[in-house]
Structures are given as structure tokens and as C-alpha cells.
Ligand binder design. Sequence first.
Ligand code: GLA
Ligand code: GLA
Length: 677
Amino acid sequence: MPSSILSQLPSLAYGGDYNPEQWPEATWREDAELMRQAGVNLVSLGVFAWAQLEPRPGEYDFGWLDRVIELLHAQNVKINLATATASPPPWLARLHPESLPVTAAGVTLWPGSRQQYCPHSTAYRERAAALVERLAERYREHPALVMWHINNEYACHVAECFCETSAAAFRAWLQRRYGSVEALNEAWGTAFWSQRYAEWADINPPRSAPTFINPTQQLDWRRFSSDSLLECFEIERTILKRVTPNVPVTTNFMGFFKPLDYWAWAAREDIVANDCYPEPRDPQSIIGAAMGYDLMRSLRGGQPWLLMEQVTSQVQWRPRNPLKRPGQMRLLTYQAVARGADGVMFFQWRGALAGAEKFHGAMLPHGGTDTRVWREMAELGGELAQLAALRDTRVPADVAILFDWHSWWALELECRPSSDITMLRQLEAYYNVLYRRNIAVDFVPPGGDLSGYRAVLVPNMYMADEALAAALERFVTGGGTLVMSPLSGIADARDHIYPGSYPAPFRTLLGLKIEEFDPYPLDHSNHLRTSDGARFATRLWSDIIDLEGAQAIADYEADFYAGRPAITRHTLGAGQSYYVGTCLEPDGMTWLLDRALGEAGVLSPLAAPEGVEIGRRTDGVQNFIFVLNHNDHAVEIALPTPARDLLGGAAQVERLALGAFGAAILVDAESDSGVSG
Ligand code: GLA
Ligand code: GLA
């Protein structure tokens, strides 16, 4: 099956950010030659080169870029050409000081770093558009151009701007959303604290204020800020689609990145790309990377995505930056591929000698080609070149996690019952169990299609409406299994609480009501006892639950609600919904999910030792089973049926031996059609 997006590449994409503008021309030829040696087939070119492409306002210099592109093309390296708009040149700030972003406290962010632009600045938008237009016109016919890299990591440093231009844009956005000041007053609940607005002109961004700022104002500000940057993306995309309609566009995401609603963004891209830098010695960070990869695959409905940036060895931006161990770069590369990536790239090609990233790892490190990193990296390039058969294969999943940015934003506003109930903490509680059980999971937005899943997990859906409740009821009634956690179904899209008992929209779904919740101090815990005799610690939170049709399967042990339900199960039509009214430690969460997923008929794949991650991709006929040993010691795994390791040669094996940080891709004998490897 051909890869729909990157079909011009010979195999999985392999390469990195290439910043030739930081090097003398003599180095470029060597770069191109070394790229060929390393199996590089794609580079993200000129991401931060605006100041070299337009050294003075309106004075463009593409000559150097022409020459770089020809050198790369001669080595058959394809180009993911950056639009270079992520960091304006310093002259923009001199000519248009109003283009600089301003913080909530009124502080201006100056040039000398990067990303110093206000997304609403007309000067920024016009200059960026002019540059993109020229780039597109100049390279539209170039055979090496296979993809556009729009901007870079939108919002990674500056997610919002509070200047006067931004305030005016916010008012215009609010006018479109609400139509009248009266409707806004109603939605924002401005009867509170004398906040009632008489005129649009009275409304401001949530700038630094004496105390808690109106929550709906803050929520709308988040929506507006994500929309504003998406508008900047759209300006560029529209130009590129007009001039080069057949060249796919992307921008690089950052996993579970709170400021941007990636569901809305991904719909505007041709392929999803992600940047990921797990702390290589922190197992939780590596699980977090897997979770982000599953999100990336889900953003466009299972379509293969690109790991646009990772690092070969170490980053420079943590307080301390441990090395990836020998083999670990390869292992973490296959982790991304196992979760649906059709290419893996690095930041960056050649290690810089100057600038804030000079200690950041690279494909070609300071030490050159006679280094461990170079050898491992070039070997990996050679290996990936043999794996074209993986392209466009899919990751099948029986389990979905419901996930929504708006609800995330609202959940974590200030003045909540407990600031310990955060979206990522709730997500990780579920995801860690699925990861350890090697159960594949997709993410789905509210309103997304649930029909293909056996189980739907809802770690948190603070903000919910009747339509979502109805969709979940249909899913369960039709035979699905659902699990939901606290502080879900509390508020509507305006962050107004539903009157009556909690969780108003989900009471029928869950067969219960909640009268009160009891957040714990951090050092406090309670316990619950399950109906099958187990005992688990509870932390952070207790819902005080009344049953309305559901059955308790675990009760609190202590406190004034001892003996009241902590976990419930409700039969609805042909399915069942579970509710857990507290936060469980991993043992309790494992008990609950084993039970619920067992009932849903979700199977764990191949049994693997601790620390071994299993993934699966399939083209519908052939199955590729990824076996990834995150341990710093060797493991052996007995296979249920003999299989061939694509990374290990032609032999069928019954026992798979993997060294420290080793990886294998198994093709089982039944489905093995003899793809290369
Ligand atoms: C991000 C950016 C890159 C680089 C890396 C460093 O991913 O997109 O330009 O700064 O971080 O880790
Ligand atoms: C103070 C204020 C009240 C209210 C309460 C909340 O007492 O005077 O308006 O905000 O705090 O605890």
C-alpha cells in the first residue's frame, strides 16, 4: 500500500532540521554528502532563516537557498521547506514596535530570542504572507519540494498577546461569538462582582487584575488565542494551497500542548507532525511520549503522522540533560513508528557551535562522524530505508479515550474545588495502566465516532453537554463499556454549573447522583474495599455518591461517608458504565480497568516482561508486532507462534532475545509475505 502523503520518499521519512544559514557555504556540500551516507531522505529546511531570506525589509535573498536546495537535490534529499515565519528579523521590531507581543502584566517581549510576534499584528501578518508568497512562487516547480513546514511550534513560547491590537481583535471575536453585549454579559455571568459591561469597548483581555478573573472571560480568551494562531497558520496555508495545491502542508505540534486545540488545527493540515523530547532516564516521560504519539495518530483519524523532531543524544534546555543510552535513540524511534509514525526526524542535522542551542544534540555531533551518535544514527537510517512496507499501515485500537481541549482549559482555571484534579494527571492514571498492559488506545474528541470501539474511557470531561451525554448513552446501550472519573459533567460550554445534583448530563448514563465532593489535603488518603475483597488506597478526592440504578462495586472505608459507594457499575441496554468517584493509585486503577476492559472483551497482546512495550501496525493482511525493550538489560520472550524479526534477518524464531534497549518488528508466519528486512 503506497503512503498517501510522502509517496515521493523511498521509505519512511528520515532526516532533520537543516539550518545551512548557520554555516559557511563550504560546509553545505559536505552536509549533503554526509546526509546521503546516513540515509537521510528529507530535511526541514530554513526554519529560522527569515533574517537571511529578507535581510532588509522587502529585500529578498534566495540565492543561497537555491544553491543549498540544488546540493540536496543532487543527493536525492527531499525538502520539507519551512516558511521561516516563526522568528521575525529584528528590523520588524524597529519598524513596527507594535508587532512585539505583550504579556498579561504589560511587559513587552523583545527580539534577541525567537517567536517575538503578536499574532494579531498586521505588520507581522503582512510581512509573513509576503515571504511565504515569494517562497512558494520560487520553488513551486522544484522536484525536491515535497512538503511545507509552516512556521514552527506555534505558541511554544508566546501563546497569547495582551496588547491593544490584540484587545481589539478579542472584541471582534467576541462580537462574532455573542452578537450583543447582553448575550456576552449573560454568558460571562457578569452580574457577579460588578462586572457588567455597557459597551464592547469596555471589554479587555484578561490582563493582570487584583484577584480572580472572570472564568468565562479566561476560557474565551484561550479559545480566541488558539483561533488567532490558527488564523496565522491559515494565512500561510491559503497562499501555499493556491500556489502549490499538490504539496502537503504541516506544522509541528508538541503532544499534549495545552494552549492549542489541536483537533481544530489538525483538520487544516494534510499530515500531522509532532516534536517530542522525553527525558531518556525517566520512564514516566517515555510513557508520556507514547501517549502523545497516540494523540498525534488520532488527530487525523488514524492517518500516519511524522515525528518531526526528536534528539539523537541529549537536549540542552533541562537543568540537567542526560544522554540517551546506546541503542535508546533507535528504540525510541521505533516507539514512534509503532504508534503510527511514517517518518522520524531530528532537531537538528549539524550540531551548532554558537547560539542558545550549541549544547543540543544533533545527527552530526560536534565530534563529527567518528562518534557513537553518528554511527548509531547512520545505521538507523540504513535500517529504516528497508522498512517501506510499514508505510501507511494502521494501528488498530479497541479502546478510546475521550479528550477535549475546551474542557481541559475550563477544568484547570483557578477557583476549583481542588487544583489537584488536572487533565494530565487524570489521563495518565488511565494511560499508564493501558501502556503497561500494552493495550492500544486512540483519542477521540466529543462528537467523534465511537462505533469502532469496545470501550470508551473518560478520565475527565468537566465541560459536557446533552449531545455528548446522548452519544455516550448510545455507545453504552449498544453494548459498549464506559469508564468515567471525577469532576466530569459539571459545567456547560460557558463554564456555568448545571443546577441539581452532579454530574447533571451523565446521571442517566451512570445511574447515580453526587451530592458533594470532598477534596483531600495532599498528604491524606482513604481506602476503598471492592466487592471481590480487594483493598486499595484512594487519594485527592471523594465523591459522595447516591445510587440511582447503578451498583456499588467498591465502598469507602473511612470518614463520614464510610460504606458509601466509591466505584459503581451501571447496566444500560447491552452495555455498562463504570464510575470511579476518587483517584486511585496504579494498583487500584489496574484492578478497575482489568475488570472493565475484560468485560468489554479487550484483549492484551503478547505477554511481555516488565519494561517491554508492544505495538502493532497492520495493512489488514500483514501484522507487524513491535517489541521494544526499555530495560537496560536483556530480555527473552517466548512467542506464541514462530515469527520473523524484520530487523533481525530471515530466520523464524520461537524465542525472541532482545538486548538492553533492543527492538524487534515481528511478522508472524501466517501473514509474512516476505517483505524486505
Ligand atoms: C523545539 C524547536 C526547535 C528546537 C528544539 C530544541 O522543538 O522546534 O527549533 O529549539 O525545540 O529541543
Ligand atoms: C471575602 C469577600 C467575599 C467573598 C468571600 C469568599 O470574604 O468579602 O465577597 O469573596 O471572601 O470567601
